[in-house]
Design a protein around this ligand. Structure first.
Ligand code: GLC
Length: 663
């Protein structure tokens, strides 16, 4: 059951899509205050847990820290980072005698102080006093999640090929460099489904253009790649380059489709292309207009996109630079700089990027009125991606496209997936990826994954192998790295067969992973489940945050430390351990309890729950060539309910898509 409580006059975010009328009673569970801030307070007992918040740092249980939901272009994903790229305001509070969910539907920053300032207090606050709050009741975390997901609509469903292994780098600068990547994988017989094209495929980073010198005729190139079983997936950035003669820029200006500054002139700021304007995605006409531009690329045979820099990221505006210069000049007048002065200057200059003044300096023309960007900030990437999705739907109503975004808000989960942005080649970021996934699923974001191997810094061979061993279970499986870092395509390292075996295992698991993904999408369930949700009575399981369930049958416990010979694993019930070693799969029955499991770098071990079975197919060079008949069932159970379809059209609810497999 979901109930709505309204404070002030909220901006309608379209996150919730079923009609729910506002209750005329007070918000339950929380003590509410509303003066210059909205504030919701709840007393927590020692063992209470708070789950959710989608894309955020730290644990699956969020207790003990403070988080802001503010779409932030911040590549420093450390323990003390309060906000990441997505703003996902849904939590589940589990207390001794009750459990409930709460969605704070607010397009600007909401702060969640979850026992940080005062250990036993959950304090949710927002400067924006206009907000809808939804309270979701249910018997357990799964039921609450299902109720919530029913209200926010079905999660995005990608094409089946988007479950293949994919390679990216900022940037493959020419068609030949992409060809080399494909050759690299094919020559080592490592499966591959797609290569991403980062900003260098464009002409001077202008959206919907192709650098013909570097990429020739993209339509022919896409055809050539597809003939080799590889799709090309270009990036689209939010900012539109200011350049005379560039049609997107000129049309946007003449139609008034860009965000405006105080005086009503298109707002200007610097991103990768240099000075840009930002399409006003909160204006339905602008959304339609920008979305239609994706057709330029789908007409060339492109079947997938990633939307980036859509928080939106702002490196600087002229205004903020002018203010910085004034500050520098003022200090320069002094005969010498004190340490305080130096620190002040350093902080000021380094905080110009994505600064508050810039987010307060432009406006949106929405059907609900003119709004300052900072008050609707979290809806920007969401509506960019909605613009793409709605247009792709029109272009080819029967076809699924791959689409994922960096910034997001709940509601966007209906249109696309997300990737978790610019992580690092750090061991701790393997664990961070594992921990973020269940929260994303609660908020509807099922199609997700991190940059495997890490985006920033150099990746080591063992890091990549261990990361892949987690990545084979994430719906989006993409290896991506920043320019200037060590090449981290699998074939760049020694003994490539180790990489091949792990990626082949991914392909062998696709019938299962896809099937579980589809069940989760169709029923509003979770694909990644914390052990706490499945075994709420088991105190050890409840506190195990480095293992996850994948769908209904599988548990994973990946290695995330360097030079480890294996790891401790907790089995909350008897399970079948499945070990992949040198491409060969063996199974072993294990009993409930604690175990030390040896896992070499080139092995993968995962677990099938008691009495359950999962299907395996044969490996293939890409998803198009996967043989989906004659599946082998492994595990102690005797049957598995398989969901299978053509992977590209949208007949999702056809009961014939379900098939019971028996041993
Ligand atoms: C941003 C993206 C990253 C991309 C880069 C260049 O940092 O998060 O994935 O490679 O921009 O486009």
């Amino acid at each position: 059951m979901i109930k709505k409580y309204t404070f002030g006059t909220p901006y309608e975010t379209d996150a919730v899509i079923i009609p729910i009328s506002t209750e005329d009673t007070a918000l339950p569970y929380f003590k509410t205050d509303c003066d210059d801030k909205l504030r919701f307070e709840l007393t927590l007992q020692k063992d209470d847990a708070v789950y959710g918040l989608g894309e955020s740092t730290r644990g699956i249980n969020k207790r003990g820290y403070t988080y802001n939901t503010f779409c932030a272009d911040d590549p420093n994903h450390t323990e003390t980072t309060n906000a990441l790229y997505g703003a996902h305001n849904f939590i589940i509070v589990e207390q001794k005698d009750r459990i409930f969910g709460a969605f704070f539907d607010c397009p600007s920053t909401v702060t969640y102080d979850i026992g940080f300032t005062v250990c036993h207090k959950l304090i949710i606050s927002s400067e924006n006093t206009n907000m809808n709050v939804y309270i979701v009741d249910g018997k357990d975390a799964y039921e609450i999640t299902r109720e919530f997901r029913k209200a926010i609509g079905r999660s995005y469903i990608p094409p089946m090929w988007a479950f293949g292994y994919t390679q990216s780098r900022w940037s493959y600068a020419t068609a030949d460099s992409v060809r080399d990547v494909v050759k690299g994988y094919r020559s080592k017989n490592i499966p591959l489904d797609a290569v991403y094209m980062d900003i260098d495929y464009m002409e001077r980073y202008k959206d919907f253009t192709v650098d013909a010198k570097a990429f020739g005729n993209l339509e022919e190139f896409a055809r050539e790649m597809k003939a080799d079983g590889v799709r090309l997936v270009p990036i689209i950035d939010a900012g539109v380059k200011i350049e005379e003669g560039y049609d997107v820029y000129e049309e946007g200006v003449s139609k008034g489709y860009f965000c405006t500054d105080k005086e009503g002139k298109p707002f200007e700021a610097c991103v990768w292309p240099g000075m840009t304007h930002f399409p006003d995605f909160l204006n339905p006409d602008a959304r339609l207009w920008f979305g239609e531009k994706y057709k330029t690329l789908t007409d060339m045979g492109i079947e997938g996109f990633w939307n980036d820099m859509n928080e939106p990221a702002i490196f600087f505006s002229q205004n903020s630079v002018d203010r910085a210069f004034e500050k520098v000049k003022a200090y320069a007048k002094e005969s010498s700089l004190t340490l305080d002065g130096f620190n002040d200057l350093k902080f000021y200059l380094s905080s110009r990027q994505n600064c508050e003044e810039d987010y307060s300096g432009f406006y949106h023309n929405t059907p609900q009125g003119r709004f300052c960007h900072k008050d609707v900030h979290n809806l920007y990437g969401y509506n960019m991606t909605r613009s793409a999705s709605e247009s792709l739907e029109k272009t080819a109503p029967e076809k699924r496209f791959l689409l994922f975004s960096r910034a997001s808000y709940i509601g966007m989960h209906r249109y696309s997936g997300i990737w978790t942005g610019d992580n690092h080649s750090w061991w701790s970021h393997i664990l961070a990826e594992l921990k973020v996934m269940p929260g994303l699923n609660m908020c509807g974001f099922l199609y997700s994954g991190a940059d495997i191997g890490g985006f920033n810094f150099d990746c080591s061979r063992d890091l990549l192998l261990r990361w892949l061993a987690l990545g084979i279970f994430t719906p989006l499986m993409r290896n991506h790295a920043a320019c200037g870092t060590r090449n981290q395509e699998c074939y760049q390292f020694e003994n490539t067969e180790d990489f091949r075996h792990i990626i082949e295992l991914r392909y062998r698991l696709i019938p299962y992973l896809y099937s579980e993904y589809m069940k989760a999408a169709l029923n509003g369930d979770m694909y990644f489940k914390p052990l706490a949700f499945e075994y709420p009575e088991d105190q050890v399981a409840k506190h195990t945050e480095d293992q996850l369930l994948i769908g209904n049958e599988v548990m994973i416990a990946p290695v995330y430390t360097q030079n480890a010979m294996g790891r401790y694993v907790y089995l909350p019930e008897d399970m079948t351990a499945v070990r992949m070693d040198g491409g060969v799969i063996t199974t072993e029955e294990m009993t409930k309890g604690h175990h030390f499991v040896e896992i070499a770098e080139n092995q993968v071990v995962f677990y099938i729950r008691k009495g359950k079975a999962i299907p395996l197919c044969k490996p293939a060079k890409n998803t198009d060539e996967l043989e989906k008949e004659n599946l082998e069932l492994i595990g102690s159970g005797s049957e598995y309910l398989l969901y299978t379809d053509d992977g590209i059209s949208k007949d999702y609810d056809n009961p014939e898509n379900f098939r019971l497999l028996r041993k």
